[in-house]
Design a protein around this ligand. Structure first.
Ligand code: TRP
Length: 334
């Protein structure tokens, strides 16, 4: 049986980068897989956070995921802290993962930055919790961006070592990088800097397109987006060394379901004065239905909470027996 598991941090509003990089692919995978999607609030507290904002951010992320097309009738959508097996399995796996393995995690080093003493222990063990997320459901496929590949390899290593220590219980997962069934996942960059990922934490609003943006706001941000003075090239290869141009064409391709080369077939030789209005039009058209549904769902927090509670119940029913098997295998008294 194939089962998909993936997680996303509760950053509140979805932006175009989350949508094209992850959520649209989550929606597409529902056709072919049993899917379990998790808003990872336990992960969110590993960095400084505002306790007063976290619950609302979790709910908003859920609303965005549902608005984008995740269907809670077939797919499980829940928040991580509502299923205790994640924390319990993570604790158990912390005695399986080795310090040397965690010391090699690139994302930890990036997030820690120059401050080697200050970050929380949770930030260090973050990838073990991520492994527990996946292994608690015996997920076979885990759609993630390129930046999560190392964490997926760690989850595999943890599963393999656990099985060697305690018997064949955990299922080493496979990463699905760059999207499944031709839905494709795109790495969308900031509109102000084509070398930085589009991010909620960028102080400049103009750097990202939020799902809550009006049509006018979207058009204005695309008009102001950083580009360059050249015309567009005839083929994808000509975009190398032009990060902003590459990003804008990638967004067009992702939203129109075309390849970059096909887009350039139409726009090669044209400047941004011609390209940007077309990009604005296609972006507004793609996001308008999601935006409308998002606004509707956010006005009904009771419904969102009910969806998440139902999801947590279904997720917990899968994870609890697995956790019991793990507890028995390591020797905990019932
Ligand atoms: N670390 C992932 C990210 O930042 C989020 C995440 C947490 C995740 N648990 C997961 C992704 C399990 C896939 C599977 O994108």
């Amino acid at each position: 049986m194939n089962r998909v598991f993936s997680g996303i941090q509760p950053t509140g509003n979805l932006h175009l980068g989350n949508y094209l990089g992850a959520i649209r692919n989550w929606v597409g995978m529902q056709a072919d897989f049993e899917c379990i999607y998790c808003i990872v609030d336990l992960h969110a507290i590993t960095m400084p956070h505002d306790p007063k904002a976290l619950a609302a951010a979790t709910r908003d992320m859920a609303a965005g995921i549902l608005a984008a097309g995740v269907d809670p009738a077939r797919t499980i959508l829940f928040h991580q802290s509502a299923v205790t097996a994640h924390a319990e399995l993570a604790w158990t796996l912390m005695s399986v993962a080795r310090i040397g393995w965690l010391d090699r995690m690139i994302q930890f080093k990036e997030k820690r930055g120059k401050d080697t003493e200050g970050p929380s222990v949770g930030l260090y063990t973050y990838p073990v919790l991520q492994a527990a997320d996946i292994l608690a459901y015996r997920a076979t496929h885990v759609p993630v961006g390129e930046d999560q590949k190392q964490h997926l390899e760690l989850a595999r290593d943890i599963a393999i070592k656990f099985n060697a220590m305690y018997g064949d219980i955990l299922k080493p997962p496979l990463p699905v990088i760059g999207g499944a069934n031709n839905v494709g996942a795109a790495r969308i960059m900031s509109l102000r800097d084509g070398t930085a990922k589009m991010s909620k934490s960028d102080p400049s609003e103009a750097s990202r397109i939020d799902l809550t943006d009006t049509a006018d706001a979207i058009a204005a941000k695309i008009k102001r987006a950083k580009s360059d003075a050249d015309v567009l090239p005839a083929t994808a290869a000509g975009l190398e060394g032009r990060p902003e141009a590459k990003n804008l064409v990638a967004i067009f391709a992702a939203l129109s379901g075309q390849t970059v080369d096909t887009v350039l077939n139409d726009y090669g030789g044209k400047g941004f004065g011609a390209f940007k209005p077309a990009l604005a039009e296609i972006t507004v058209a793609a996001l308008a239905p999601i935006n409308a549904e998002y606004v509707r769902l956010r006005a009904d927090p009771g419904h969102i909470d009910a969806v998440l509670r139902d999801g947590a119940g279904r997720a917990g029913a899968i994870a609890a027996p697995l956790l019991r098997e793990v507890y028995d295998a390591v020797g905990f008294l019932r």
